[in-house]
Unconditional design. Structure first.
Length: 550
């Protein structure tokens, strides 16, 4: 940064910033143009030839692109927004806003204890997690992070508040109580509702219950975001059919319900064909996807029967220490694991241990279950069950797939107009999935520089404006006078992911200067002391849309 440096005095936080001599990618689809950008009082004030004043902060952007800050449409940084390592990892990719409350599980509404326990392997052990309602969560972000965050009301957390772990369908009183919690969350600024239909208690939520919860979302102009039931890949048709039933029912009873499919990874023909199916039904679909072939999730999800996973953690841990129960699992359950079409009989070689909350097993981080079992002189089933028991289920794992998609396949998915960037980033663990630190920079390297799948204008739309408009995040996603100045400066020749499956903790390179609300938060690749991030409340300039079939 030329001129004055951007490190943290009150004067500097309020000073005008001039981004000098870069190529502006405006987010609206136009080709890059050379222009200066003046930023003042948190907003973009002017573009063109800007005369700098003596007390301006001037950033030399020569040879670089000035772009709107990226939006991570699927993030698990819910309780980690104050963590500087997490902030750095996202800012170095150009991410200035994350959408949290994903997969139906997060801290609010409620006291946060359920999410902090059940999703500890995703969220980490955070005794200072926010609690209360959506308003309290968003307020907890204001002025406490360098990042912005929007929030989805998590349907599983809502159900847990009312029904606990019960697998039974909600009665009328329970359903009314859940609807009231969703209504309150939408009033307080949530951008939609999320479900995680492979997690507890989301697995117990059927289409009629979800549709009832989505009615206030549709009326408020929010989005239904779904981690679909029963896996993706070849099983995606069943998950999409359920989304279709939900959206059409809400359309009949409330308003049109925009839908968004979380981490939609499958053969490109499946992804595109199923989204087309929704559109033929008059439904407006979008999706997020990351540019990797492997996933990451709670280890217990694929390796424990749903009926056992649904029990309180103490009950599950006790069962895993019971020789009779372990024999039953070995005899009756693990043959089904071996028939899982995503894993198959080689499942011990397909699962890499990413985070284990048991100090005595720290040596196993980064090893497959097969490798860890061999090192321990155990067999894979015993190793997996012992790991879950000793960590009280606080284990996440990187999941390979039997038929990995090619870079060409991933590019076809990313090229779809309904795609937006979402990392599904999990920052917990000694050996995390590289998507947390690499997704957005990898997209730029792989889809713009190497394959020409996107132009730079396309990249700005897929990674910023698409999510801003979809989730109604206000006047962001554009480099235009009057827009919120969430701005990144990108070296088009150098931007790249550095994290790999072998070395997942490396931050991306090529994005060294970032402003949030007009304030420099990353300068020359280093964090400044400013924390201008805020909780983004849904833009309420319009409500739900009238339901019309396409």
């Amino acid at each position: 940064m030329a001129g004055q440096t951007a490190h943290a005095s009150a004067h500097e936080a309020s000073a005008r910033v001039v981004l000098r001599g870069g190529m502006v990618v405006d987010g609206e689809g136009r080709p890059p143009v050379r222009a200066d950008v003046a930023v003042e009082q948190g907003m973009i004030a002017a573009l063109g030839d800007v005369t700098a004043h003596d007390d301006d902060l001037v950033v030399d952007c020569g040879g670089r692109l000035v772009m709107p800050g990226f939006v991570d449409a699927h993030s698990h940084a819910d309780g980690l927004l104050g963590d500087e390592a997490v902030q750095r990892a996202l800012l170095r990719q150009g991410v200035t806003t994350v959408i949290t409350g994903q997969d139906g599980v997060s801290y609010v509404p409620g006291d946060g204890a359920y999410a902090a326990d059940y999703f500890a392997a995703i969220f980490g052990d955070r005794p200072d997690h926010p609690s209360g309602g959506v308003a309290a969560y968003l307020a907890s972000v204001d002025g406490s992070s360098r990042l912005n965050a929007a929030y989805l009301v998590p349907a599983g957390t809502v159900r847990f508040q009312v029904c606990g772990r019960s697998p039974e369908g909600a009665d009328d009183a329970q359903l009314s109580a859940m609807v009231r919690l969703v209504e309150q969350g939408m009033r307080e600024g949530a951008v939609g509702l999320s479900t995680g239909l492979d997690y507890v208690p989301g697995m117990f939520q059927q289409a009629d219950e979800i549709a009832a919860l989505c009615e206030p979302v549709a009326r408020a102009g929010g989005v239904y975001v779904s981690h679909m039931r029963g896996g993706y890949e070849a099983n995606a048709a069943a998950g999409i059919a359920e989304i279709e039933r939900i959206a059409l029912r809400v359309c009949e009873r409330a308003a049109k319900l925009p839908v968004h499919v979380s981490h939609f990874h499958a053969d490109p023909d499946i992804v595109i064909g199923q989204l087309d199916r929704l559109q033929r039904s008059g439904i407006d679909p979008t999706f997020d996807a990351y540019p990797y072939t492997r996933g990451c999730t709670l280890l217990g999800m694929p390796l424990l029967p749903p009926e056992l996973s649904a029990q309180p953690i103490g009950t599950v841990v006790q069962a895993l220490g019971d020789p009779v129960e372990r024999d039953r699992l070995r005899r009756d359950w693990f043959p089904r694991v071996a028939r899982n079409p995503s894993l198959g009989p080689d499942w011990p070689h397909m699962i890499t241990l990413s985070h284990i909350d048991a100090p005595g097993l720290a040596w196993a981080h980064g090893l497959t279950i097969a490798e860890a079992a061999a090192r321990a002189g155990s067999d894979p089933i015993d190793l997996a069950l012992d790991t879950l028991r000793e960590s009280r289920l606080r284990v996440n794992a990187i999941m390979a797939v039997r038929s990995p998609r090619t870079v060409k396949d991933l590019a076809r998915i990313a090229a779809d107009e309904r795609h937006m960037g979402g990392s599904d980033g999990i920052f917990v663990g000694a050996h995390p999935h590289p998507r947390a630190r690499g997704t957005f920079a990898r997209c730029l390297r792989q889809y713009v520089r190497e394959s020409a799948t996107w132009t730079w204008a396309d990249a700005a739309r897929h990674l910023s404006l698409a999510a801003v408009d979809r989730f109604r995040l206000g006047r962001r996603g554009r480099i235009a006078a009057g827009a919120v100045a969430d701005v990144i400066v990108v070296d088009p020749d150098a931007v790249s992911d550095a994290a790999t499956y072998e070395h997942p903790m490396r931050d991306a390179v090529g994005i060294d200067d970032v402003l949030v609300a007009g304030v420099p938060v990353l300068t020359d690749g280093e964090l400044t002391a400013a924390i201008p991030g805020r909780g983004i409340r849904r833009d309420d300039r319009s409500g739900g849309r009238t339901c019309r079939r396409a």
